[in-house]
Each structure stands twice: as C-alpha cells, then as structure tokens.
Design a protein around this ligand. Structure first.
Ligand code: BES
Ligand code: MN
Ligand code: MN
Length: 454
C-alpha cells in the first residue's frame, strides 16, 4: 500500500471530526435567516483548502451567497483538474421526522447522519482530503488543481453562472470532477454520464377577493383549490404522458443500445418499491423504471397550498390557491422553451372565473457527459482500483445545473464521480452518508489525481 493510502486510513477519525464541524454549520441557502451561516461555511471551506496546501483559497462575494475558489499551480506543462461542489444544503424540514438533530452530526454504525452529509459536504470533502493526503505524504501534486465550491446549488446556481462567465481564464481546466451524485448500489463504483434538466414553475390561482362562507357562497363561485386541482390533473393523460402542447418536440428518443445498457443493470422493481414504501410503481406507459427516471421528461407537483389546513374544520371557499410544479427535462429540451409552453398551456386551461398567474422559479439544462474522455477513463480505473469492482455507467434523474455551463463556457468534460446513494435521504429527513464510501472516495480521488497527472 502506498504511503498516501496508509495516511488516509490512519486519519479516518480526524476526517470525520472535521467533516462534522462542517456539517454543524446550518448553511441552508434557501432561508434568509442563515445568511451568516452561509458565510461561515464558505470561510470554513477556505480554511480547509488552505490546510490542504492550496496556495490560493478565497471567497468571491456575489449578489447571493459567496463562492469559494482555490488553486495550486504545479506546472504549466501539467494538466489541470477543477473540482466542483456545493456547501449549501437543503432546509432540514420537519424536525420531528429526524431521529437525530440535522445539524448535530451523529455516527451510527457506518452512517454519518446530518443535513448535507451526502449532499454535498461529505462528498466534496473527499476531494479536499485526497489533495491534503498527497501534499502531506508526497509533498507535491502530480498536476494543477482548482476548486470551485458554491453556496447556491440548491437554489439554481444563478450567481455561479455569472461568475463562470466572467472568470473563464481563472477556471480554465482540462476536466471537471464532481462528486454530487449516487453510486448505482452500495460498494459499486459508478460514473454518471447524464443528468436531467429542470424547469420549476409556480401557479397562483385567485378567486373571490376574500375567503367566503362555504355555505352561503358554495355553488355560486369557482373555488380556487378545486380549479387548481383540476388544472393539475389535466397535465397528464391516462398513459402518464404530459399533455402540454409541443412538450416532447425536442426530446431525443432512447436508442436501442441505451435501452439494452439500462437493461443490463440489475434492477429490481420490487426491492425499489419496498425501499420507498409503495405497493406499486407508476409512470409513463411503455418505459421501464430506469428509463422513466433517467431518459424521459417528467412533471410533478412539489407542493400545494390553499384554504384551511389547520385544526378541525373551518367552512370556507378559499380566496387563493397555489402550487409549485417541477418538470425534469432530457436532451435536447430547453428549460426556457418549456417555461413558455407550460405558461401558455396553463393559461389555456384556466377558466374565466379565476385569475391565474404563472411564474418561473429556476431551471437548468439537461446534460450528457462524454464517456470516452481521458478524464472518464482515468476516473473509471481509479474507482475500480479503490472499490475493487468493475465500474458501472448510469444516468441520473436529478439535476446539477452548472454541469451544462461547464460544457458550454469552459469547454471541458465533466466526470460525475458520485459517492452517495439514492437511499441516503438527500433532501429528506435523516440524510446520511456511508463512511465506507467516504473513505473509498478519498482513495479513488488520490488514484485519479496520480494517474491524470501522468
Ligand atoms: N446532488 C443533487 C443532484 C442529485 C440528486 C444527484 C439525486 C443524485 C441524486 C443536487 O444537489 C440537487 O439536489 N439538485 C437539484 C437542482 C435544483 C435545485 C436546481 C435537483 O435536482 O433538484
Ligand atoms: Mn448536491
Ligand atoms: Mn441537493
């Protein structure tokens, strides 16, 4: 075993302690009350990058949350890797549903529980510790390394896009490496080569100018909750297809080869349904579950609001109702175009008896990353060496909006070296991260850097 790998193994408990310190900072990008925590998390990230041996590590302020950039230049003749990650986390949600406190990291067996453990502090930490281990044992890096760690991934990365546009030289690299996706299964080294895009919309329905007595007025006016509900139910047909006009126009059809490849992955519908606690899976007719998740666009209502939901009964016809709706997109759908199609369709569905407004919250482009780039090949070998298993290639139903920006602005291939698991409750109560995968991730990252630098 190389001295770097032994060093990693010896330092496991220190890594976990440091990661715990990171996880204690409630860096929730969506909530204004955490603005100062966002800054604290950015500063903590800078400190860890300095400790790892970066010659430059600093904060760039934005119109939103700060961006962290770091680099170490070894030689102009060596390739450059850019690691991307996000230090912002999702809101904790209902504390009653957590078995431990979300911002008090707790290790139970192999699992580290905390908000942000797998998405994405734990995963990004892997690539800080790999570089640190190389610096501490070899004393220098085999290539140039940059980091770009943002605080707005969970809210759409809008300020990061502006930053990338303005700083193309600073961010110039030969490949981007990101750990912010999942392994196909525990212990299975995986590279993800596709992410879905996103178009996130909100519909607001306004009826009468105030809540009305549902006895007195019931039957005489349109009820905004009923109207909204009816409109939402019209967004899919009986076969699970989205009914918005021209919605599928730009969708690239699944190829036979890709369908075959998905089929080769052992996937148990039964085990999958059981793990999420449903009796049966559902989706667009004519497609398998993996195809529905990875290669077909979808539309879901994420939340709905309106009327009386408090204790007991209150008899009203509500004045307002609203819903948040996300559409997951696949190549070559364009979120801007989908936003227009959605708005037009909702306006068509809206009866004259209510006012309907439609707004866009954020979006992101779908991507496919090259699986034949040098970076992907080296990453596959590195993960195979650490995990001691053959690599699996998969796609992902979730989104990381900046990946499309990297391709467009930096013209560099991205490698999605995810280390999480879909079952690790990201965005949910009891989020956790496997410490085994954390450690194997650090090893993989070391092997990757060593090989890519050759
Ligand atoms: N890390 C996730 C993306 C992801 C989700 C990877 C599921 C693997 C499995 C990322 O942090 C995320 O949550 N992205 C958002 C993007 C949005 C807020 C613009 C998503 O997919 O909802
Ligand atoms: Mn993430
Ligand atoms: Mn996330």
């Amino acid at each position: 075993m190389s001295s770097t790998i032994s060093y990693i193994k010896e330092n496991r408990s220190r890594y976990i302690e440091e990661l715990n310190e990171y996880l204690r900072i409630p860096s929730v990008s969506a909530e204004n009350e955490h603005k100062a925590d966002m800054y604290r998390a950015a500063k903590f990230t800078v400190q860890k990058l300095k400790d790892a041996g970066m010659t430059t590590a600093k904060i760039f302020d934005t119109n939103g949350h700060p961006i962290v950039f770091a680099e170490i230049k070894v030689s102009a003749s060596k390739p450059t890797i850019l690691f991307y990650g996000h230090y912002d986390v999702q809101p904790a949600g209902d504390l009653k549903l957590w078995n431990t406190k979300p911002f008090e990291p707790t290790v139970i067996g192999d699992k580290l529980f905390a908000r942000g453990a797998t998405d994405d502090k734990g995963q990004l930490f892997v690539h800080i510790k790999s570089v640190e281990a190389l610096m501490k044992t070899v004393g220098e890096l085999p290539l140039n390394v940059k980091y770009l760690i943002e605080g707005e991934e969970e809210i759409g990365s809008e300020n990061l896009d502006v930053f990338i546009n303005k700083n193309k030289d600073l961010l110039k690299c030969d490949a981007v490496v990101i750990s912010d996706t999942s392994l196909y299964a525990p212990g299975v080294p995986t590279l993800t080569y596709g992410l879905r895009g996103l178009c996130y919309m909100e519909i607001e329905v306004t009826g009468p100018n105030r809540d009305l007595h549902s006895g007195t007025y019931g039957g005489a006016v349109a009820n905004p909750v009923n109207v909204l509900d009816d409109m939402i139910s019209k967004l899919h047909d009986k076969k699970g297809k989205i009914t918005i006009d021209n919605f599928y126009d730009d969708v690239i059809k699944l190829t036979k080869a890709e369908r075959e490849n998905f089929k080769k992955l052992k996937f148990s519908e039964k085990a999958y349904a059981k793990e999420i606690g449903v009796a049966e899976l559902a989706g667009e007719e004519g497609y398998t579950t993996l195809e529905r998740q990875w290669a077909r666009p979808t539309l879901d209502c994420n939340g709905i609001n309106g009327g009386y939901t408090g204790e007991g009964a209150k008899t009203i016809i509500p004045s307002k109702a609203s819903a948040k709706i996300s559409m997951r997109l696949v190549p070559n759908q364009d979120p801007k175009k989908i936003e227009k199609l959605f708005t037009k369709y909702i306006k068509q569905l809206a009866p004259k008896s209510v006012k309907v407004s439609v707004t866009s919250l954020h979006g992101g482009y779908p991507v496919v990353t090259p699986i034949d780039s040098k970076a992907t090949l080296v990453a596959s070998k590195a993960m195979e060496k650490a995990f001691k298993k053959k690599i699996v290639y998969m796609k992902e139903g979730g989104s990381i909006p900046v990946v499309a920006t990297f391709a467009k602005e930096l013209k560099a291939p991205t490698v999605l070296m995810g280390l999480g698991l879909d079952s690790e409750n990201l965005h949910s109560p009891n989020e956790h991260f496997s410490l085994t995968h954390f450690m194997l991730g650090i090893e993989s990252s070391v092997y990757f850097l060593e090989e890519f630098g050759k």
